[in-house]
Design a protein around this ligand. Sequence first.
Ligand code: FAD
Length: 461
Amino acid sequence: MRKIGDHAVVLGAGMAGLLAARVLSDAYGRVTILERDPLPGTAGDRRGVPQGRHAHLLVPGGTEILDQLFPGLLDELAAGGVPVVRDLAELRFAPAGRPLNLRGRPAGPFICQAGRPYLEGLVRTRVRAIPTVAIVDRCEVVGLSNDSARHRVTGVRVVRGDAEELVDADLVIDATGRGSRAPNWLAAIGYDRPPEEKLTIQLKYATRHLRRRPGALGGAKVIGIGAEPDRPTGLVMFAQEDDRWILTAFGYDGHHPPTDPEGFLAFIEAIAPPDVFAAIRDAEPLDGIVGHRFPANVRRRYERMRRFPDGLLVIGDAACSTNPAYALGMSVAALQAAVLRETLAGGDRDLARRFLRAAAKPAGVAWQFALGGDLAQPSVPGPRPLPGRVLNAYVDRVQAAAEHDPVIAGRLLRVISLQDPPTRLFRPSTAIPVLVYSLRRRPAVPVDAGAVDTPVVGPRA
Ligand SMILES: Cc1cc2nc3c(=O)[nH]c(=O)nc-3n(C[C@H](O)[C@H](O)[C@H](O)COP(=O)(O)OP(=O)(O)OC[C@H]3O[C@@H](n4cnc5c(N)ncnc54)[C@H](O)[C@@H]3O)c2cc1C
């Protein structure tokens, strides 16, 4: 790629920041990542990414891009002991409580099950190895600097130790996550704040690591049971590196998972099929139970601002943060990194407008999935306009058909894994059999049907 600038600065060394830095290294002479936390040498929990203690699935839409950006990364993960689902029979996924019939469907490298700190550690090592990229930790970004006309962001103000410094850049990318202060920083240099959309869901996560008894759950590697309108709780459990399992339970307002061992187990019992519950009850707990609150889906519409400065982009959770139960955030960041690569290939003219518009697309898909699923919960306050209800009713029928038909289940899985656009589900080749199934009103398959090798997680958390 043609170099279009000398120095790009990325704010935040989370997944979005690391992926953006990898892409920028092809287009800028040097790239500096500024991170507030002290960064561990390899994998490790850290303050700036508290969600890293909870289950993080990288769905195939994201996996494919990571594999392109870092050739061999998936092999490296597998060699390090990270289980990778290669056969869909290893999945038990029940979006909206309905098990997908994935029997007989082949899978390429599919869902990557690394612990978030492990995956981030490996990606950070790869990014550190790029000679033109520097990662500066213990460095807090506190604002933007700009040219005298206030048309262009020219760098950032940072605090390192006790001193405030200026870091100049041709391009600044905000990847500081959900707590991003870019709206305030923009206001401080004379711009409006972005329009913000918000859906309050009052979700709570609780997580613990386990060592399962040998043979428990057979060949299953990922188990996911989504919430239903009359059961606002769910769980995800999967095998990880170091021969351990991560178990995350979640619940909407009024149905939060307890963090004491007995209460947590009783919460799980009310969700899990008997064999899954038995495996959890009999497993060895490896740590205490940690909770995490996720109050709301939040989307900042930078692409809709009338005036936006040159030299600044926003990526990842800083622009859009959705209900984690849909497991899409890291993959949206990866898709936006791919968008960044395409946008940079077109040069730096009008870069911010072109990038922000294109990056809003993958974010918009995740946003629609989250809203569709969350508004199916009676406890979630918000308008439920007719088009949304019609769409939800159709998705419901797709899910019902996917309980029986492996082809429809496979198509649904590709859409909720961000490999295919949602419009795929409206093509006649899917819509017709879905309508036929819905007319036949086939009975629902119980969540525990077929136990170990019945694939059961999807657009509904
Ligand atoms: C409980 C939970 C579970 C989740 N599960 C999944 C999942 O299963 N699958 C999935 O794909 N996604 C999941 N996500 C979403 C995922 O964590 C994020 O979407 C993903 O990490 C991308 O985030 P990011 O890089 O934009 O921000 P973050 O990962 O939050 O990183 C932001 C970085 O910026 C740094 N920073 C912040 N402010 C400053 C500052 N002023 N100066 C310098 N540095 C700063 C922080 O320290 C941090 O390193 C989950 C989220 C939560 C809350």
